[in-house]
Each structure stands twice: as structure tokens, then as C-alpha cells.
Design a protein around this ligand. Sequence first.
Ligand code: AMP
Ligand code: MG
Length: 409
Amino acid sequence: MITVEEAANIVLENVRTLPTKETDIRDALGFCLAQDVRSDLDMPPFNKSAMDGYAVIAEDTAGAPVELEVVENIAAGYMPTKRLKRGQASKIMTGAALPEGADAVVKVEETHTSEDSKRVLVHKRIEKGKNVSRRGEDIKAGQVALAKGTELRPQEIGILAAIGQRIVLVFSAPRIGVISTGSELVEVTSKPMAGQIRDSNSYSIVAQAKQLHTEVEFLGMVPDDKVDITNIIKRGLNKDVLILSGGVSMGEYDLVGDVLSELGVEIYFKKVALRPGKPTVFGKKGNTIIFALPGNPVATLVTFILFVGPAIRKMMGFASPINIPIKATMETELIKKKKRREYLPAQLRQNVGNWLVFPVEWHGSGDLFSTTKANCLLIVPETVDRFDAGQLVDVLLFNSLGIGHGCKG
Ligand code: AMP
Ligand code: MG
């Protein structure tokens, strides 16, 4: 059986970065830049005050305390009109342009203003340049502010706005189709009868795809019937990514693998050495990549994180599409059950500067509830059979650290 790394590499080798598109920066969150973007101005665009206080000539404060003549009051958005001469100061607000002649700003807290506001007493000596943001110190006009391949987070969106780029070129997000298979499945709005369960996978898969800002469509739910499965997969083959769940184990009614082969999908792997998530299928037909994930909800969640997420990120132009684990210290001991690599729902918490982790109570790959008490997956390598408390281990973060309220543990 192939390892998780081998499987992830096969997936990444077989997906291409999608074509670029122009987008308004208001819709660009989570996308990657497909162009270098240059600044059209110096940032800051003028020497500006970083504090509310008094613009001064630093040398004048050498013999502080010293009293200076206040010649002007400069608000943000207005240009100063007076050049400072020796012995003078201008009252200045945060973000306002520094008057000519001035080379430092004394914080208002370090001054005392006369009653008529015409004079200011500066208590302490100030160094040249203090509390002044110099023109172009962040970036100069014409320089690349954000390089091709940069992921657009809120701060990058802000920078694009600051440098006047309302429209940018990004790599497109894949169009994704989601299908649930299983004769036992009923809609979320129905009360399951004996032997039935509600289809939860399509909801969690769609949510995972939305976290990556993709265009995702639920194509429907089908019973374990060859004709039904064939017809719905055919409908999904015009998507960039098709994600199925269920019907890939060894049972008599696990028909998804056969149907994919009959439809001419080239299958690259059918099993990966991990728990949960062993029966994971990856294939490709034309420009569509297909994942058939195991139906157990935790296995579906984990295999999406390990394989589907990286594929989507590569399509969207991310330079490092793989999730990187972080190190944490085991809070408890752990005895491993299987030889395969395990990804266990776990809780990570801060304790005096250390990340501590413990696996949450978990009843197996059908127990999605346990993952609501978890904020990460604890990785237990194939080579170990136990972890001791205090041991350094790898964990993979969920997208959000939120832990469900109203659950114990
Ligand atoms: P399978 O992969 O089809 O063998 O399914 C494994 C387990 O996952 C079974 O207990 C199924 O009932 C359950 N399961 C399959 N599909 C879903 C789904 N869409 N939502 C919730 N559970 C599912
Ligand atoms: Mg099934």
C-alpha cells in the first residue's frame, strides 16, 4: 500500500494550475496572484507623523526642557503651510504630513501646552527621526509590492487597495462537484428509518471546499446502484474536481471504483496506508480529477485535508499546497492500534509558551462528533506503537481553532 506522502505526490503530479482571471479585490480573498503587482506610489507617500504631538527640529530639544513657539496646527489630510524655523514647533496629528524643516515628533504626553496654545514646553530631548514615518520607507513607487504566487489574505487585499489596484489577475478556483453514494442515506430534512442515516458528508465536503473559496455544487445523493452511480458521475465529469463519498470499501455494494473504471477514469491509487481513510481512490479523466473518499465521516474529513485540499491549492496557484504539520508535546500517553499511519482527532492548547496536545475521546471513523471537540489531527507515524507523555509529536491544524461549545472534553 502506498504511503500518505506517495499518494499526495501522485495527486500533485496530476493536477495543473488553472488559467488566470481578473478579479475585483473585494472578491479576491483566498486566491493567489497570477501577476507581480507594483506600487504606483511611495509608501508612506509623504513624511508623516506616527503620533499626536508636536513636530520639532530635534536639535532644538538638546537642552530640554525647552519652550518652543507653536506656529501651526496640522490635521491629517491637510498639507502644512509653514516651514519650521529654529525655536518653532507645529502641533500635528497622527497621519498628518510633517512640515518642512521638522525632523521629529514629540508625543503630546511629553509636552505641556500653554493656555493660549501659542507655546509648548518639551520636557525631554528627542532624537532626529523619532515618531516620523519616512516617505517610501515601506515601499518605493515602481517596486514589486506583491509577487506572483502570493496568497491574498486580508493584509494583501489592504495593500492592493493602498497601491490603487482594484482589479488583479489571480489563478482561478476549480469548479467542484460533490456526490454522496449509499442506499442507507436520507436527506437532512428526513427522519432516518431503521437502517438509514442522514447524508452528512456532502455538507461537510461542501463546507471544506468553501473554506478554500472554490465554486462548489452538490450534485446529489444516489443509492448503491450501478446505473444511478454511472449517471450521476457522468454529470460530474464536466467539473474540474469531482468528489464522491462512500462505496469504495470492499463490500458487495461498493461499486464506485468499478463504475469509475468503466467510465474510462484512469485510477492512480485505490488505497492509502492510513487510518482513518484507507480506501481512498484518486483518478483522472480528461481535465477532471476525481476523488472517491471513504464514506465514514471522519475518514472523509481527513482524506479531504490530506489529498483534496492540496490538489485544490495547487490548482489555485499556491506555491506550497501541502499542509505543514507543527510540533507539539504529548500531554498523555497513547497506545497505537494499527500499523498504518494514524490521524487522530486531538486538542491542541497553549501552556506557558508550549503547545500541548492530547487525543480527544474517539469511537472510530464514524464518530464525527469527536472532531467537534478537536482543533487538529495528531499524526502517529507507522513506525511507532506508542507515544509517551512529554514526547514531541506532529499535528496538523484544522483551518480554524474553534472548538464546539456545549461538548465535554
Ligand atoms: P462506505 O464507505 O460506503 O462503506 O461507508 C462507510 C460508512 O460511512 C457507513 O457506515 C456509511 O453509512 C457511512 N456513510 C457513507 N456515506 C455517508 C454520508 N454521505 N454521510 C454520512 N455517512 C455516510
Ligand atoms: Mg456504502
